[in-house]
Design a protein around this ligand. Structure first.
Ligand code: ADP
Ligand code: MG
Length: 260
């Protein structure tokens, strides 16, 4: 099961990715949580101590990238070997979750042909296509690093959406991009929802997409964030955790029936 979490900056992607990863892990699945967001704060949201998560993200390990991509003649491989990356760079977290800090490509963009980008695409494809475990990717909004090939292996794209016009705009843009690259199941989770009106706002604006549920605005998230701990550890029965548990069940049902 491969889940990619997207959405505008600040909507709650990392909070949702971390909590969902641990809830799925508690159900006995082996989960790989991939931090593909440049701000690299998934470790904290998962409740992994900074000392345990201080290692370099894989894309920042220049020696390793060089070793895997450079050919003796100075050219580089478009298909570098990546299958041992989890073993080498994975960080053990709570509840059966292994964190992989990806980092980001400091230069370049969509059409960049630099070795780091080739490596990033190979790695994302490998993680999304190649493994049997549950993979949850905390993604950057643009979907840039995702190739068409990898998109085919994505079982579920979860776009976290706040009840604001800006967030809805970004969701619609990502939805368009996701169709372009061939993502099959695009779904939305409302977050920081404070009223029935907020829910209706999201549902009306996104009437053409499947909405898995709405997460309330929850002070526990803010307090856990200030303390640098996971909301699941701060208050396991906080409203957001209870709602995410319901969404987790929908996702696991989908996993067995293949319908969200
Ligand atoms: N349901 C929620 N209730 C209250 N605050 C939230 C909620 N979800 C996220 N936040 C807060 O919003 C901010 C951004 O969340 P984060 O998960 O880092 O977003 P993203 O990864 O999309 O940038 C954080 O300060 C977080 O504590
Ligand atoms: Mg984030």
């Amino acid at each position: 099961m491969k889940i990619v979490i997207v959405g505008k900056g600040g909507v709650g992607k990392t909070t949702v990715a971390a909590c969902l990863a641990r809830l799925v892990g508690r159900d006995g699945y082996s989960v790989i949580a991939v931090d593909a967001d440049p701000s690299l704060n998934l470790a904290k949201a998962l409740g992994i101590a900074p000392s345990a998560a201080s290692s370099k993200p894989v894309l920042f390990d220049e020696e390793f990238i060089k070793e895997r991509t450079l050919l003796p003649n100075g050219a580089y491989r478009l298909n570098p070997r990546v299958e041992d990356v989890i073993e080498r760079f994975g960080i053990r977290g709570p509840d059966n979750v292994t964190l992989l800090k990806l980092g980001y490509v400091k230069k370049g963009g969509v059409r960049c042909l630099c070795p780091e980008y080739a490596f990033l695409r190979a790695l994302l494809s490998h993680l999304i296509l190649g493994r049997k475990d549950v993979v949850i990717v905390d993604m950057v909004a643009g979907l840039e690093p995702m190739s068409r090939g990898a998109a085919r292996g994505v079982d579920l794209m979860l776009c976290v959406t706040e009840p604001t016009a800006k967030s809805i705009d970004v969701t619609q843009e990502i939805y368009r991009l996701s169709k372009d690259i061939g993502v099959k199941n695009f779904t939305v989770i409302g977050n920081k929802v404070m009223s029935e009106e907020d829910k209706v706002f999201i549902e009306k604006a996104l009437s053409d997409v499947k909405i898995l549920g709405h997460l309330p605005y929850d002070e526990n998230v803010v307090k856990a964030d200030r303390l640098g701990v996971a909301v699941l550890d701060y208050n396991p029965s906080s409203p957001i955790v209870l709602e995410l548990n319901k969404i987790k069940k929908i996702i696991l049902n989908f996993m067995t029936s293949k319908k969200p």
